[in-house]
Design a protein around this ligand. Structure first.
Ligand code: FAD
Ligand code: NAD
Length: 497
């Protein structure tokens, strides 16, 4: 049993003024920070401060999930419409209406106005404090800004500062002011020629919308042999094949070695940053483009966070399953969301935040932590993700390779998504699915679906994995006819003699 008393109130809190003392202080108001603050105080008289140096709502709301999906969805709809007799005759345009798509995107990012999020925080009893926050000692947070403040926490400080995009230190690249995902998701101008550097999710989704929104020449420089190295190979191959059909140039096994851009201008987020840029690649070729998009990954936002003031390594933050920071002194410091490096996805950050908030509340009330809800168990092998490329990829848990790397003896069941529901969905539907089954227990440990709009299929697999439902029992989970979910039947049928 894991039962820990709440740490006694900090001596500092006894001397600090009430307005500077909170039960819980959260650094960073992205989705993870918001949820941690909410759950830590819900239904109690505890107080919470949520400190944010940009916009309440975080990367996800303004520069990541929301704008990117708002850019991708209209072309999905157009794709379905143009493959639907009876509708296609009424679809006169080959491309989406770009200004209308951008206007809708801006609606989803509220024009970078976070007032509705602040209202939500007020209603939840959370004090929003503006400024850059950093630790200045145990349970002590200093907020820089026009009116610097030092805050004290009675129970907990939660780090929820997210990540920042990395830009490789290659000759000429940073000086060329390349776009990062913030520009790509908030684009105002469409570069005619674009070079996307990276082969991960940001690179693939960005290349997809750039091409769909009218960029004529999109080249993706992928240093490995395939896109999306962490998904099942059949899924990344389907995305690559579709991109190539739509004239996206995929340069596998190459890297950028240097960039020159004689005319560089800081024209603002989402605007083209000057004149043409030339990238030199490891294979000796060069590519001239109107904009570069760097999508080479992200790193934890821990710079200037004052970790050393509480005896922590300044490089990164790790947590246990209660989301308590490891290597620190006591149980007052937590980290949730992207910053802890566990699963850089909004839904996983929010999940961790719910667990963390519940743990803080339990510790504050001297309750034991022996219920599963106080452990972020889903971080270990039960992580769902949807990649909103064309075709879409949805997956949860292990791939066949990652399961074998983890030492599991697995059976892989595969089937094309070739069911009545799929054919009805659109005339050109093609898709594929795989289930990874642990032979020792006969339960699912992973699932991957690729095809048009397969996003909604993945939660079924997540429930089966979390519930450890034996495959024999899944036979009695009958998918409705005619839906795409009937692929489950096809997958299970592959086991029949
Ligand atoms: C282009 C793109 C698309 C994405 N699409 C998806 C998707 O479709 N689905 C999905 O699940 N995930 C997606 N992600 C990932 C998702 O955006 C992150 O997992 C999510 O935003 C993490 O939430 P968070 O609260 O941990 O951090 P963030 O959203 O990064 O929030 C952290 C907040 O902390 C603030 N902050 C940082 N340091 C300080 C400080 N010292 N003081 C005060 N405030 C500070 C920041 O300003 C920020 O508001 C995408 C990411 C990118 C880049
Ligand atoms: N739909 C979604 O769920 C979604 C969408 C976007 C982003 N995200 C999340 O955001 C996070 C960041 O995504 P990302 O794509 O930026 O990171 P990533 O780590 O997934 O991919 C980075 C890619 O860049 C490559 N790379 C790194 N350095 C390079 C270099 N110098 N030259 C060429 N290539 C280089 C890597 O090999 C890798 O393919 C991920 O955790 C991702 O899951 C999720």
């Amino acid at each position: 049993m894991s039962s820990e008393p709440a740490d006694s109130a900090s001596p500092a809190s006894e001397t600090a003024s009430d307005s500077d003392t909170f039960d819980v202080i959260v650094l960073g108001a992205g989705p993870a920070g918001e949820n941690a603050a909410q759950y830590a105080i819900a239904g109690s008289d505890r107080t919470a401060a949520l400190v944010e140096h940009e916009l309440v709502g975080g990367e996800c709301s303004y520069w990541a999930c929301m704008p990117s999906k708002a850019l991708l969805r209209p072309t999905q709809v157009l794709g379905t419409a143009t493959h639907m007799p009876g509708v296609q005759q009424h679809v006169t345009a080959e491309h989406v209406d770009v200004p209308a798509v951008l206007t809708r995107r801006d609606r989803f990012t509220s024009g970078h106005d976070d007032s509705s999020q602040v209202l939500w925080a007020d209603a939840a009893g959370i004090d929003v404090i503006r400024g850059h926050a950093h630790l200045t000692g145990p349970r002590t947070v200093t907020v820089d800004g026009d009116h610097p403040r030092t805050l004290h926490a009675r129970h907990a400080v939660v780090l929820a500062t997210g990540t920042v995009a990395t830009v490789p230190d290659l000759p000429g690249l940073r000086a060329a002011l390349p776009w990062t995902s913030r520009d790509a998701t908030n684009l105002q101008q469409i570069p005619r020629r674009a070079l996307v550097i990276g082969g991960g999710v940001v690179a693939c989704e960005t290349a997809t919308w750039l091409r769909q929104l009218g960029a004529d020449e999109v080249t993706v420089v992928v240093r490995g042999p395939r896109l999306l190295a962490r998904v099942e190979p059949f899924a990344s191959e389907a995305v690559a094949a579709r991109m190539q059909t739509h004239d996206v140039r995929l340069r596998f096994g190459t890297e950028v070695t240097a960039v020159t851009r004689p005319d560089v201008r800081d024209t603002g987020v989402g605007m083209i940053h000057g004149g043409p840029a030339t990238a030199e690649l490891t294979d000796g070729t060069t590519v001239e483009v109107d904009e570069l998009v760097v999508a080479t990954g992200r790193r934890a936002a821990v710079d200037h966070l004052g970790l050393h003031t509480v005896g922590l390594d300044t490089g990164n933050v790790t947590v246990d399953d209660h989301l308590t920071v490891t290597g620190g002194d006591g149980t007052w410091l937590y980290a949730v969301g992207d910053v802890n490096g566990r699963a850089a996805l909004t839904h996983m950050g929010k999940y961790q935040a719910r667990v963390c908030g519940d743990v803080i509340a339990a510790r504050a009330e001297n309750r034991p932590l022996d219920d599963p809800r106080y452990r972020a168990g889903a971080d270990h092998g039960q992580i769902p993700q949807v990649i909103f490329t064309v075709p879409e990829i949805s997956s949860v848990g292990h791939t066949a390779d990652s399961a074998r790397d983890a030492g599991l003896d697995v059976e892989v069941l595969e089937a094309d998504i070739d069911v009545a529901g799929a054919a009805l969905h659109r005339d050109d539907f093609t898709g594929h699915a795989a289930l990874v089954v642990d032979r020792a227990t006969d339960v699912l440990v992973g699932a991957t679906f690729v095809g048009s709009e397969v996003a909604e299929l993945v939660h079924t697999a997540t429930v089966a994995i979390v519930g450890k439902v034996p495959l024999g029992l899944l036979w009695h989970a009958v998918p409705a006819y005619p839906t795409i979910s009937e692929v489950w039947l096809r997958l299970l049928e592959t086991r029949r003699p």
